[in-house]
Design a protein around this ligand. Structure first.
Ligand code: URA
Length: 238
């Protein structure tokens, strides 16, 4: 485990015990111990690898990073705060840290896999355009999706940007008045999947993300449910 030295008041505030002012008060009142000793100085540094912190007798474990897999329902925006809409962070009710954010954006009406974390490096690795991380979507599309569309997506289509989209893999699951598809893309442009289908004259009427890099949506998660990533998922992702 990495050695992280952190001030006692920040430690407690980061772990959601209270605001910085509230936790300072608790510390000065002698309600906080490091290992066996009461500590009354909020500036006291803690080695998170070896020391234990107790507040009013309860151990407060430190988490530097949190990682959650959310099955995003429609109706929530992929943001940390919003003046008008509910955000995906509102669904993560048992978080410790206050600095969590969604890794990338799903549209308000899109469902499925969304990673929520406070690990900026990991987010960068997953989102940086040069990293070409695969994102797999399932969609229902108004109109008959054809082999021509498959070829067009493999070549790249014009969605009104300077460059065509990068090669994408379209798998046609059902070709009918309403078609069903899997699409793997390596980019994350605004409304990308919807705009790609618009480019071939079709309309996405339902969209769900199934995977991002090595991370697969856990089918046991109902819409709106979330869980921490397993060690294995985290290892693969990193
Ligand atoms: N593409 C879209 O059009 N919307 C999403 O939410 C994700 C990918």
């Amino acid at each position: 485990m990495d050695v992280v030295m952190i001030r006692l008041d920040k430690y407690l505030a980061d772990m959601g015990i209270g605001t910085r002012t509230e936790v300072k008060k608790l510390i000065r009142q002698g309600k906080v111990k490091i290992d066996d000793a009461i500590v009354k100085s909020p500036e006291q540094k803690i080695d998170t690898a070896t020391q234990k912190v107790f507040c009013e007798g309860q151990e407060v474990g430190y988490e530097e990073y949190e990682y959650y897999m959310l099955n995003k329902p429609a109706g929530y925006v992929s943001a940390t705060t919003d003046a008008k809409d509910k955000t995906v962070l509102d669904l993560i009710t048992e978080k410790k840290r206050k600095d969590l954010f969604p890794v990338g954006r799903l549209d308000k009406d899109t469902e499925g896999l969304l990673l929520i974390t406070n690990d900026g490096d990991l987010a960068h690795r997953l989102l940086a355009p040069k990293k070409h991380v695969d994102k797999l979507y399932y969609a229902k599309v108004e109109g008959v999706v054809t082999e021509e569309d498959r070829h067009a997506f493999a070549e790249g289509v014009n969605i009104g940007e300077d460059e065509r989209t990068r090669p994408a893999v379209l798998e046609i699951l059902k070709s009918d008045e309403v078609s069903e598809i899997h699409l793997t893309i390596q980019e994350g442009k605004f409304h990308q999947v919807k705009r790609m289908f618009e480019a071939v004259g079709k309309k996405v009427i339902y969209l769900k993300r199934i995977s991002m890099g090595s991370l697969q949506l856990d089918e046991n998660l109902k819409l709106g449910e979330y869980r921490p990533l397993t060690e294995e998922e985290l290892e693969h992702l990193c």
